[in-house]
Design a protein around this ligand. Sequence first.
Ligand SMILES: [Zn+2]
Length: 394
Amino acid sequence: MFQKKYTLFSVLGFPVRLSPTWFIIAFLIAWSLARGLFPRYYQGLSLGTYWIMGVVGAIGLFACVLAHELGHSIVANRFGLRMRGITLFLFGGVSEMPDEAPTPKAEVAMALAGPMVSIALGTLLYFGGYVVDAIPVRGVVLWLAAINVILAAFNLVPGLPLDGGRVLRAGLWKWKGDILWATRVASRAGGLIGLALIGLGIANLLMGSLIGAVWWGILGLFLRGAAKMAYRQMLFRQMLSDTSVEYFADEETETVPSDISVGEFVHDYVYRSDHRFFIARRDGERLGCIDVERVKDVPDDRWEEEAIGQYAQDCSEANSIEAGEPAVTAWKRMQNRQADRLLVTNDGEAIGEIRLNDIYRYLRRRMEMEGQAASRPPAALSSNPLEHVRDSGH
Ligand SMILES: [Zn+2]
C-alpha cells in the first residue's frame, strides 16, 4: 500500500486526505460505469454522456464515503476523541483515530454513526432520483443511492475492521469486561470474513470472471490483514500501558555548551551520538532543550555564525514526556507528532530519550516470549494507512 497521502481540504475541522491508490479505483469505477452499467440500464445516450455519468458517479462515491467517515468522526468528537483526519484510499475511507473508544457504549455509537449516515443518504438519494427528469442525472443519483445502501450493509458485517466488527467487539467487551479478548474474537471473525471473500474470488475465477476474482481476492486479503492488525494494535496498547516510559529511557542526555556554533554542534555532537535531543547549558545553568529536527532547518551558511544556544527551547509537552507516564502515552504522542523519539523528563529535568525502535523491539520480544504469533510489528505504524482501518468496500 502506498504511504503517500495528499491533503485535499478540511471538512468541519477534519483534514481530508487522499491516497494515490484512490485514483486507481476511481478510474476503474468511472470506466465500468461508463462502459458497462449505465449503457445497459439507460440505452441510447452518447458515449460522452456515459463517461460524464461515470466520472460524476466516481466523484459522488468519494463524497458518500466521506460523509460516512464524517459520521464516525463527529460522533467520536462528541466522546472527546480527537480525530487526526480522514483518508480515502483504495477500498474506501479510514478515520484516523489515535485513541480507542472509552466505553462499549461509545464504541457502538461511533461505529454505527457511519452506516447510519450511509442509510440516510441512500434513502434521500433514492427519492431524489425519482424527482429529477433528466435521465443521466437520475441514473447517477439512483446508482449512488444503491451504493450507499451497499456501503452500509457491507460495513455492518460483524468482523473487525468493519463497523459491524466494532459493534461485535463492544458487545463482547461489555459482556466479559475484557477488551483484548473481545478484540481477538472480533478480529478472528474479520479474518473469517476475509477468507470467505477470497473463496468468493476463487468461485468467480472458476466461473470465468477474472475481474470479480481479482476484486474479491484483493478485498479478502486486505480484510484479513486489517483484521489481524486491529488485534495487534490492541495488544500493543495493552502491553505498553503496563510499562512505564522510564523503562525505555536510555542513559543521561548529553549537555552542550550554549556558545559553540551550530556547525560545531553538528560535527561534535549530532554526528557522533545516537541522540536527537540535547540540553544546552550556560555557566552550569540549563538553558533548554535542543531538538535536532529544529537545527536541520538552519541554512548551511549560518552554521558558523550562529551559536547553538539560540535554538534551545523549553522541553515542551510536544517533544517530551514524564518518566512516570505509561509507555502507551509516549507511543501515541510519537504517532501524533510523526516523531520517532521523545525526550524523557523527571520533574521537568531531562533524563534521557525514549525511541520508537526500542518500543518495537520490546513488543516483538514480548510477543515471542509470551507465545503470541511471532512476527514483526509493522515498521511504521504511525503512517500506515491500515492503522485505524474501520471501513472498506463499496
Ligand atoms: Zn464505517
